[in-house]
Write a protein that binds this ligand. Structure first.
Ligand code: G4P
Length: 548
C-alpha cells in the first residue's frame, strides 16, 4: 500500500512509492557452517545475478587476491568483510545485506541488522538453534523485524522437525508457522508439502550444486505413491494435520511485528526448496519501513532523501587505499551528485561518486531508493550512525554498540610512532573495527581495546602495523563482562566502592564497569537492585567522541 499523501498528481512521489513497493531487503543470521554462503549463492542464481554455482566462493577467492589487509582472511580462511548484493527477481528488487562469516565479527553483523527490514534465520536441521544464531536473534528482537526461518541440510539426517519448531517457540518465544513440511529426512528425504496449497514438491538428488528439478503434484495425486513411500507420506500429512489442529494462523501482522516466523524446510546445497522460499519470502516480507529519527518517524515516501551510515569499511580496494561508508537509504530518491547535509557536522557534502557494491565489484549508481544501500568514499568524513539528508533536518537514531567480552590494553612501545598510533586508533574506532575504552586515571593514557572476539583484536593490530606502520603489543585485562551505568557518574558515586570490578570510561566519557565474570555482576545486582546497568551502550547523537 502506498501512503495516502501519494497522489497521481505527483508523479515523482508515485514513482518513489512504486520503487519502495518493489523492494525487499534482508540479512541472514546463522551460526558458521549452517550454509549461509551456499544459500546466498542459490538465491543469487535465481536472481540471475550470477550464472553458476561456486561464483560466490570464486568472488571470495578474488577478494583474497585483491585485498591486502585482508591477508588475515587468507591466512585463516575466514570471511570478515561484508557487502551488499542487489538483484532483481520477478518484479522485485532484492537487497541482501551480507554479513561476515566469522563470529568474532558479530558486531559488524549487528550493525548490518540495523539497516535490514527483514532477517532470514538459517538453521542446520541436525543442530537446530546454535549460539551465534541466538545472539543475533536478540538483535532482531530488539528491532522487532520479521524473521523467516530456513531449516537447511534436509538431505542429511537431521532432528525431528516438530522438535525444531518447539525449540524456536520455547527458547526464542517466537511462534513458528511451517509454510512447508518435510516428507522424510536424510537418506529418506522425499520433498516438502506446501501447507497452503497442499502441493508436494518432490526432491531429487541432483548432482552437487546443480539446480535440482522440482517436480510438483497435489498431495492426493495417486501417482505420488509411486514415488514416495506411503508411510513417509502419511506421517508427513499427519504431522501437518497436527500443526493445523494447534491452531496458529499465518498472521501477517504478527510476522511483521517479529512475533511469528514462517518456517521453510529445504536443502541449499542441492538447491531444493530455495525458489519456493524466495517466492514466499517476497510475498510475506515487509517492504522498506519508516525509521525513527529525532523528529519522529520518517516516511520512506517523501520528497527529501535521507539515510544513515551503518558500516565503514577500509581498504576494500587496496589499489585506492580507500574507505567506504555504507549508507542505507531511508527516504526519498537518492541521485548522483546530490549535495546533502551531514547532520553531525552541519556540513554540505556533494556525493559525486556513489557506488553500488556487489561483492567486490562496484559501479557508479545514478539513483537509489529506500531500502537500497549505497557506498560512499569516505575520506574520514563519516562515522557509524551518521545521518545524511536533504530538506528539513533529520537525525536517525544511532546504532547501539554491543557488549564487548574481551578487553586488552593496546601498548605502543615506540614513542616516536605516537602520531601514527593515535591516528590509527582514532580511525579504527570511527570505523567501528573495535570499541575503545580509557582508564579513569588519566595518567594511564593507553587505550583499552574492547571487542566481541579475539580475532577482532588481531585485525586491529594487523591493520595498525600494515596501514599505519606501528607495531603494537596487546596486554589482556582479564575482564569478561562490560556494563554501562545508565545513570552516569552521579549514580555510580551513590553506589560507592564496588568490589571485583574496574571502572573505565568509553569514548563519550561515560562510566563502564568491567567484571571478571557474570557472578561478580550478579553480586552487584543483588546488593544494589536499583542500580541500572545496560549491556548495550546508550546511543549518542550529536556529541563528538574523545579522541586518543
Ligand atoms: P556458512 O557460510 O554458513 O559458514 O556455510 P557454507 O555455505 O560454507 O556451508 C557449510 C558447509 O555445509 C559446506 O560444506 C556446504 O557445502 C554444506 N552445506 C550447505 N548447505 C547444505 C545442504 O543443504 N546440505 C548439505 N548436505 N550440506 C550443505 P563444506 O564441506 O564445509 O564446504 P564445501 O566443500 O562445500 O566447500
Amino acid at each position: 500500500m502506498t501512503s495516502p499523501s501519494v497522489s497521481a498528481e505527483n508523479p515523482e512521489l508515485q514513482a518513489l512509492a512504486e520503487a519502495v513497493d518493489r523492494r525487499r531487503n534482508f540479512a541472514i543470521i546463522s551460526h558458521p557452517d549452517a550454509g549461509k554462503t551456499t544459500l546466498t549463492e542459490k538465491l543469487l542464481l535465481y536472481g540471475g545475478a550470477i550464472q553458476q554455482a561456486g561464483a560466490v566462493k570464486a568472488r571470495g577467492e578474488q577478494r583474497k587476491v585483491t585485498s591486502d589487509w585482508m591477508e588475515l582472511e587468507k591466512q585463516r580462511g575466514i570471511s570478515i568483510t561484508s557487502t551488499v548484493l542487489q538483484f532483481d527477481y520477478g518484479t522485485n528488487t532484492i537487497n541482501l545485506l551480507d554479513t561476515p562469516g566469522h563470529q568474532d565479527f558479530s558486531e559488524d553483523t549487528y550493525r548490518t541488522l540495523a539497516a535490514a527490514d527483514n532477517a532470514v534465520m538459517l538453521e542446520d536441521a541436525a543442530k537446530g538453534l546454535e549460539p551465534q544464531t541466538r545472539k543475533l536473534f536478540e538483535v532482531c528482537r530488539m528491532r522487532q523485524i520479521p524473521i523467516f526461518t530456513f531449516i537447511n541440510k534436509m538431505d542429511r539426517p537431521g532432528r525431528d522437525p516438530l522438535s525444531l519448531l518447539d525449540e524456536i517457540e520455547s527458547e526464542l518465544g517466537l511462534t513458528p508457522w511451517a509454510v512447508n513440511w518435510p516428507i522424510g529426512s536424510g537418506e529418506q528425504f522425499r520433498g516438502v508439502i506446501d501447507r497452503r496449497t497442499r502441493r508436494v514438491i518432490l526432491f531429487s538428488r541432483a548432482e552437487r550444486g546443480r539446480q535440482a528439478e522440482e517436480l510438483e503434484m497435489d498431495a492426493d495425486d495417486p501417482r505420488l505413491l509411486e514415488m514416495v513411500e506411503s508411510d513417509l507420506l502419511e506421517l508427513a500429512l499427519e504431522e501437518l494435520d497436527l500443526l493445523e489442529a494447534a491452531g496458529a494462523e499465518l498472521d501477517l501482522e504478527m510476522v511483521h511485528a517479529g512475533e511469528l516466523t514462517p518456517v521453510f524446510f529445504g536443502s541449499a546445497m542441492t538447491n531444493f526448496g530455495v525458489r519456493p522460499f524466495l517466492d514466499a519470502f517476497l510475498e510475506l516480507a515487509q517492504k522498506p519501513m519508516p525509521r525513527t529519527s529525532s523528529a519522529g518517524e520518517i516516511e520512506t515516501i517523501r520528497p527529501g532523501f535521507s539515510g544513515f551510515v551503518f558500516k565503514l569499511q577500509a581498504n576494500m580496494d587496496p589499489r585506492h587505499r580507500d574507505r567506504v561508508a555504507f549508507v542505507r537509504v531511508c527516504s526519498g530518491k537518492f541521485e548522483k551528485d546530490m549535495a546533502v547535509q551531514h547532520a553531525r557536522t552541519g556540513k554540505t557534502i556533494r556525493l559525486s561518486r556513489p557506488q553500488k557494491l556487489f561483492g567486490q565489484d562496484r559501479e557508479v549508481v545514478e539513483d537509489a531508493y529506500p531500502g537500497d544501500v549505497i557506498g560512499l568514499n569516505n575520506p574520514g568524513m563519516f562515522a557509524i550512525g551518521d545521518t545524511l539528508y536533504l530538506g528539513s533536518k533529520v537525525e536517525y537514531e544511532g546504532i547501539p554498540c554491543f557488549s564487548p567480552e574481551i578487553f586488552s590494553w593496546l601498548r605502543n612501545p615506540n614513542p616516536s610512532a605516537f602520531k601514527n598510533f593515535r591516528k590509527g586508533v582514532n580511525e579504527l574506532r570511527e570505523e567501528g573495527a573495535v570499541q575503545i575504552l580509557y582508564d579513569t586515571d588519566e595518567s594511564k593514557r593507553d587505550p583499552i581495546l574492547a571487542a566481541v572476539g579475539q580475532l577482532q583484536l588481531e585485525v586491529v593490530q594487523h591493520r595498525l602495523e600494515n596501514e599505519y606502520g606501528v607495531a603494537t603489543r596487546l596486554e589482556p585485562l582479564g575482564y569478561q563482562v562490560a556494563r554501562w551505568v545508565t545513570g552516569g557518574w552521579q549514580e555510580l558515586e551513590k553506589v560507592g566502592r564496588i568490589f571485583n570490578c574496574k571502572t573505565v570510561r568509553d569514548a563519550w566519557n561515560r562510566p563502564v564497569l568491567l567484571f571478571k565474570n557474570e557472578w561478580n555482576l550478579n553480586q552487584l545486582r543483588e546488593e544494589h537492585p536499583d542500580f541500572a546497568l545496560s549491556a548495550v551502550a546508550p546511543v549518542v547523537s550529536g556529541v563528538e567522541p574523545i579522541s586518543l
